[in-house]
Design a protein around this ligand. Structure first.
Ligand code: FAD
Ligand code: MLT
Ligand code: ZN
Length: 469
């Protein structure tokens, strides 16, 4: 049936003009550009269901999209021009905040930063926090099972979700928006859709957890002689700060160099720039003074033990934001430096220093001169193990080596019993990797779920699990 038969059947917008559709069809990294028969921007869950039913009746593939900040190419259609892009951005209502139940129910298109503000206005914390929070949406966060910088203390998107409303692949609305910490009534359908990258259904709303708002946060950068020393600092921090330790991020020296080259206005807060560095954040329930005493005590002990060679504690909120800005601009800095090869790996925290040392050596041997831009969520075992071209070059031909670099890295991750996608999802970028590293049993079970929930294969085909999806 022609696309204009969809026009007028739902409230919201339907874009068919190529110029209007263009911004929705290229990803944030400018790496994937797709084509679509139309971009639909429905207003309500019922509208989403109408659009999905139309697509199901006409075997039109659907690519759900939130803030289009995904890193793996799963949020834009392929080049066939057959798909409909379904933007959730107009579903942006906060349906309920229940401070006593420590939950809020929000629509999928709500921007993450806005939800952090809504929670704060209710004297609560919604802790999911990532560099794209100004434009990513909670629907996309849940669909990618996003991690970010507070996973160490609060968990990832999956652990923050209590209930979902989903439009299924045949256009029915499942309302599972229960704000219960305990609900053992059959299979956990919620967890099937979280992290599914839009391949099983469209998330239209979620009930998420809220937490007590800390009295204060205290932030510090610490220079460490190596990642092994960073691990000793992490262990001491966990033993002495306990639940007050809310972030433990790392930058390695090439990251500090690239930040200085590409974003010189961001001031590095320590003299020491030639060693690994860790950003530590402590959230104190009582007071800033108590937090400061605890963090100073940790760093003093670490310096005496030789785990830390230099440190800077943010004097106030402004400086804390400056400290975070260095970490949050890493992605942009690397993007500005030219072509790059990204990995989003996780290995057991206790093995991460060995993984980096061993894999750095393997890549340097195979590709002398490339820059190892290794940074990220050290405290929860997830690193963005990225590679940039040699200093002074922009890697015009970098794609040529990407496959070999991926293989060295992902084979090492597998050997360390890790994951080739910690938080960004498989998308297009890594859709072949699941079949390479997962067991036949696991693939068979995932195939059975896909067949059961999307038998026509219209939900974001070709993403995540690839061909059989
Ligand atoms: P999109 O990019 O629009 O979509 C992502 C995936 O979710 C696609 O598969 C899409 O089909 C699907 N999807 C979107 N909305 C829905 C829906 N309502 N129902 C079903 N499927 C849907 N990610 C991290 O995990 N941690 C980080 O620290 C982090 N930092 C980042 C920093 C920067 C500067 C940038 C640009 C990105 C970063 N990301 C990070 C990646 C990205 O922000 C996350 O993956 C985010 O969760 C994507 O949300 P989105 O709304 O932009 O989703
Ligand atoms: C981050 O932690 O900064 C992100 O996941 C983005 C990236 O990998 O570049
Ligand atoms: Zn990340």
């Amino acid at each position: 049936m022609p696309i204009h038969s969809l026009q007028g059947s739902f409230s919201g917008r339907l874009l068919t003009d190529p110029a209007d559709m263009a911004p929705f069809l290229i990803d944030w990294r400018k790496r994937w550009t797709g084509k679509a028969i139309a971009v639909a921007l429905p207003d309500t869950s019922e509208d989403v269901a109408t659009v999905v039913r139309w697509c199901a009746a006409n075997q039109v593939p659907i690519v759900p999209q939130g803030g289009n900040t995904g890193m793996s190419g799963a949020c834009v259609p392929d080049g066939s021009g057959r798909a409909l892009l379904l933007s959730l951005t107009r579903l942006n209502r906060v349906r309920e905040v229940d401070a006593l139940n420590n939950t809020m129910t929000v629509e999928a298109g709500c921007i993450l930063q806005n939800l952090q503000d809504v929670a704060r206005d209710a004297n609560r914390l919604f802790p999911l926090s990532l560099g794209a929070e100004g434009s990513c949406t909670i629907g996309g966060n849940l669909s990618t099972n996003a991690g970010g910088v507070a996973v160490l203390r609060y968990g990832n998107a999956r652990e923050l979700c209590l209930g979902l409303e989903v439009v299924t692949a045949d256009g029915e609305i499942w309302n599972g928006l229960r704000g219960l910490r305990k609900d053992n009534t059959g299979y956990d359908l919620r967890d099937l859709f979280v992290g599914a990258e839009g391949t099983l259904g469209v998330i239209t709303a979620a009930t998420v957890k809220l937490f007590p708002l800390p009295a204060a946060k205290v932030t510090a950068w610490a220079a460490v002689p190596s990642l092994h020393h960073a691990m000793q600092l992490l262990e001491r921090a966990q033993n002495t700060l306990g639940a007050r330790l809310t972030a433990f991020e790392a930058l390695t020296p090439p990251c500090i160099d690239i930040l200085g080259e590409q974003l010189p206005h961001l001031r590095w807060p320590m003299d020491e720039r030639a060693t690994d560095a860790v950003l530590i954040e402590l959230s104190d329930p009582d007071s800033e003074a108590a937090g400061r005493v605890a963090l100073e005590g940790l760093l003093e002990h670490a310096m005496e033990a030789g785990w830390v060679s230099d440190a800077a504690i943010a004097a106030n909120l402004t400086q804390s934001r400056e400290f975070w800005s260095l970490r949050e601009h890493m992605t942009e800095a690397q993007q500005r430096a030219g072509k790059n090869i990204k990995h989003d790996i996780a290995v057991p925290v206790s093995r991460i220093a060995d993984f980096v040392a061993q894999t750095n050596a393997a890549i340097a041997k195979a590709f002398p001169g490339v820059r190892m831009i290794v940074f990220g969520h050290l405290g929860d075992g997830n690193l963005h193990y990225n590679v940039s071209p040699p200093k002074g070059t922009r890697g015009e031909d970098f794609e040529v080596i990407e496959g070999a670099v991926n293989r060295i890295t992902h084979d090492a991750v597998h050997a360390f019993n890790g994951s080739v996608s910690a938080e960004h999802g498989l998308g297009v970028l890594r859709r072949g990797e699941a079949a390479r590293y997962k067991s036949a049993v696991e693939l068979k079970l995932m195939h059975a779920i896909k067949q059961a929930l999307d038998p026509q294969g219209i939900m974001n085909p070709g993403k995540a699990l690839g061909d059989f999806a």
